[in-house]
Design a protein around this ligand. Structure first.
Ligand SMILES: Cc1cc2nc3c(=O)[nH]c(=O)nc-3n(C[C@H](O)[C@H](O)[C@H](O)COP(=O)(O)OP(=O)(O)OC[C@H]3O[C@@H](n4cnc5c(N)ncnc54)[C@H](O)[C@@H]3O)c2cc1C
Length: 562
């Protein structure tokens, strides 16, 4: 059975803007050296890097079910918050588990460029204590090279300016620096702003006018229509192409079967190397309905679609402040801004437990400097107090949660049930999730004390603090810290070798992909999206995925170990 109109809210059209800007692959030659399924962060960065390496002598095809909706990030189209625009494009590609305490929020965006069209562009760096959950070879390469290259590829920002630098310096000389590495939060920018006199800035020290996304990356790589000879070498893109399944053909090649969502035609493409990069919900669904699934060993099959994991992020703690103590005092007003990450150092206590299994994300006057509010004539400021507002939140790491998963079945009409335990269930976090990642097991009161004490350590560095939100806790006027997880960062459904918890030192080998992201038992078939992650890190995951894509590109072109 081929897909019909199963996916509510999927845009399925071929606009003139699409065909005039990039040519939809229409060559007669169905054979390629590489086929990549999905043009999001994983697939898009891989395709772009492969084209840099092999575009002159190989045929590379990117297939995406999405339409050409925007050729740029949504920050460039309106002042509406990116997550609100994203929600309008979320595709119903699964059904939520009917009972409490299960629920996962949001839906994935399936368009050219995937979720990189809608994301917020934060690219904090995964830290050593989290990388310890990645297999040795992967960790070594990411640390030595690909995490840095990923940052450059995505134009990692350097600073939001003098005030931001001063705040970071002051925090770095406080006692918080014993437990946290404190830096400005790197963001994936697209272009530099103009300087106040109208000349372009030479570097990315100031506010950007856009955010990195893989639609622009790929448009830049293929050039304008008519583009290269369709039957020759180079990178080609075919949108509105829903991949139904992947099967083996002769001589180690794979057949990739596609339904065109516009004209409903079925067609096939062939390659010896196929990379599935359809996102952590769609990729396991695709493997489950592909012939290869039957060949996977029972132990590996059990992990296809399971371990769907997000990182618990707390509600914001907010305060008005007037400055930062110390010599000299740093005055803070509404016009000042900073975005700061406190990376946990993963320090251990005397029991070997990780004391702070979370990063702290801080915004100074968040809403007032945001890229989308960059029209100086617009009154976009929602808070008229005129004072400087600081908010912080805690972002925890989370080992893969085998309780969560995608229950694909042959008769589910492409809409499997997804089971995902709510984070608002604090008992589960305290009894199972935090013990796995940190080793400690705390009661509710002690846990709230940890959050509140850390919150107080941060705010005590400021002067004139007037808290807006209550303390974390379950009592009247207190904030319940956690809500539910979302599909935005959810990962782990086609995992690489992983460690289930802090105590287990050896890596489990019944993973779905190996260290080179090749599906076990299916030579030439790879996965390159959030589903390969062996842990949901405290750091937002895109920089790590971009690094894995660059590492895979090296592996595929060097033909050996990356
Ligand atoms: C509003 C928002 C804000 C976010 N902010 C951040 C942030 O600041 N920092 C961060 O690190 N992360 C952030 N994220 C999360 C991040 O954007 C995603 O985790 C990441 O982009 C996922 O990349 P991916 O390559 O795994 O999948 P996707 O981007 O989902 O790409 C998968 C692609 O595959 C295509 N596809 C799916 N199924 C098929 C099929 N059967 N056939 C053909 N094509 C198919 C889809 O159309 C899509 O283009 C945010 C996400 C959202 C929505």
């Amino acid at each position: 059975m081929a897909i019909g109109s199963n996916y509510n809210n999927l845009v399925a059209e071929q606009s003139q803007a699409h065909t005039r800007l990039i040519r939809n692959y229409d060559g007669s030659n169905p054979d390629f050296d590489y086929i990549i399924i999905g043009s999001g962060i994983g697939g898009g960065i891989l395709a772009d890097d492969l084209a840099d390496r092999r575009g002159g002598d190989a045929r590379i095809l990117v297939l995406d079910v999405g339409s050409f909706v925007y050729p740029t990030h949504v920050y460039n189209i309106s002042r509406v918050p990116n997550d609100s625009v994203a929600r309008h494009f979320g595709v119903d590609n699964f059904r939520d588990w009917p009972d409490d305490p299960y629920y996962i929020g949001e839906r994935p965006q399936m368009v050219f460029g995937g979720r990189s069209i809608f994301w917020s562009g934060l690219i904090p760096q995964v830290q050593a204590w989290e990388l310890a959950y990645f297999p040795d070879a992967v960790r070594a390469e990411l640390t030595a090279e690909s995490l840095d290259t990923a940052g450059s590829k995505m134009n990692a920002s350097r600073s939001l300016g003098e005030k931001a630098r001063a705040l970071v310096e002051r925090f770095a000389s406080s006692d918080l620096a014993e437990d946290f590495v404190i830096q400005e939060t790197p963001r994936a920018l697209h272009q530099p702003y103009l300087l106040p006199d109208g000349t372009p800035s030479k570097s990315f020290f100031v506010e950007p006018t856009g955010v990195f996304n893989t639609a622009e990356l790929l448009i830049n790589q293929v050039g304008l229509t008519p583009g290269a000879d369709q039957n020759g070498k180079g990178l080609f893109i075919r949108l509105n192409s829903f991949v139904e399944g992947v099967s083996d053909t002769e001589h180690g090649w794979h057949e990739v079967r596609v339904t065109d969502t516009v004209n409903k035609k079925q067609l096939s493409f062939f390659a010896p190397k196929v990379v599935i990069a359809a996102g952590s919900l769609e990729s396991p669904k695709l493997i489950s309905r592909s012939a290869v699934y039957q060949r996977l060993g029972e132990a590996v099959r059990r992990n296809v679609g399971f371990g769907l994991t997000d990182h618990p992020v707390s509600a914001e703690s907010q305060a008005y402040v007037s400055g930062m103590a110390g010599s000299p005092r740093i005055p803070l007003a509404r016009a000042d801004h900073a975005k700061i990450v406190f990376y946990s150092k993963g320090r251990r206590d005397s029991n070997g437990h990780i004391m702070f299994p979370f990063n702290i994300e801080m915004n100074v006057n968040h809403e007032y400097w945001h890229l989308r509010d960059n029209d100086p004539t617009a009154d976009a400021v929602p808070d008229e107090s005129g004072r400087c507002r600081v908010d912080i939140k805690f972002s925890f790491a989370n080992c893969l949660d085998d309780n969560n998963g995608i229950f694909s079945a042959p008769d589910d009409d492409y809409l499997p049930l997804v089971r995902f335990r709510r984070f608002s269930d604090l008992r589960e976090l305290l009894d199972v999730r935090f013990p796995a990642v940190a080793g400690w097991r705390k009661g509710e009161g002690v846990f709230f004390d940890l959050l509140n004490a850390t919150r107080d350590r941060v705010f005590s560095q400021f002067e004139g603090v007037e808290m807006i939100t209550g303390r974390y806790g379950g009592g009247p006027g207190e904030q319940w810290p956690f809500g539910w997880g979302t599909v935005h960062h959810a990962c782990g459904t086609l995992r690489m070798p992983w460690r289930p918890n802090l105590q287990t030192q050896t890596f489990q080998t019944d993973s779905v992909v190996d260290e080179n992201l090749e599906v076990r038992g299916a030579p030439g078939l790879y996965v390159c999206d959030m589903s390969v992650m062996p842990i949901s890190t405290a750091a937002n995951p895109v920089r790590t995925l971009a690094a894995l894509a660059l590492r895979l590109s090296k592996h595929l072109t060097d033909g050996g170990s990356p």
